[in-house]
Design a protein around this ligand. Structure first.
Ligand SMILES: CC(C)(COP(=O)(O)OP(=O)(O)OC[C@H]1O[C@@H](n2cnc3c(N)ncnc32)[C@H](O)[C@@H]1OP(=O)(O)O)[C@@H](O)C(=O)NCCC(=O)NCCS
Length: 168
């Protein structure tokens, strides 16, 4: 169901503020950043049957590196965790990443999805097929992270339309 990009982004921000700022104590000023407002950034939102926002995530595209995207700000509201929603969000974000990546000459699309995983979420991303990049641990917003990545491919023609914000 489409409710317009502004409503989708506002609802996505609500979920992120609840999960990252209220729950994980990420500073408010760090949570919503300039990348959120770039035209190429794709925000996805999952709602419950009654319209309640439940989960969100974003894909950052880099026009200079069309075969590489960044998946981030993945957040599932606490009441919905452990239901498979996080994995479904990752799959939907990967689909958006494929649509944002350029096709090769043979029509196939390949994109490497990179992400900064909170160390406590690495098992989740591992279940989604992501592998540790270097094993280097670093702090972001005071939380230990490691980089993980997964290369995904799709044969055939990509979607005609450029990917945009959406609800899943
Ligand atoms: C991490 C997060 C997105 C996972 O979402 P979720 O909806 O609970 O995960 P799912 O129910 O889709 O789980 C998918 C699989 O990963 C496993 N899994 C989930 N969280 C896990 C964790 N922290 N460690 C190890 N495995 C995990 C599940 O058991 C499930 O395994 P299965 O395929 O064998 O059934 C969610 O816990 C969350 O939003 N956490 C707070 C915000 C956060 O930390 N985001 C990540 C920032 S990098």
């Amino acid at each position: 169901m489409s409710r317009g990009p502004r409503l989708t982004r506002c609802a996505a921000a609500d979920v992120r503020l609840e999960v990252f700022v209220d729950e994980q104590n990420v500073p408010f000023v760090e949570e919503i950043d300039a990348r959120d407002f770039e035209a190429s950034t794709i925000h996805l939102l999952a709602r419950g049957a009654d319209g309640t926002p439940l989960a969100t995530g974003r894909i950052l595209l880099d026009p200079e590196h069309p075969g590489r995207v960044h998946l981030g700000r993945l957040a599932v509201r606490r009441v919905c965790r452990g239901t498979g929603l996080g994995a479904r969000m990752v799959a939907a974000l990967e689909e958006a990443a494929l649509e944002g990546a350029g096709a090769r000459g043979d029509g196939a699309v390949s994109v490497t999805v990179v992400l900064a995983a909170q160390e406590r979420a690495m098992g989740f991303y591992g279940r989604c097929g992501y592998e540790v990049v270097s094993g280097e641990s670093y702090l972001d917003a005071g939380i230990p992270h490691q980089d993980m990545a997964k290369t995904i491919t799709r044969s055939g023609e990509p979607a005609d339309e450029a990917p945009s914000d959406g609800e899943v």
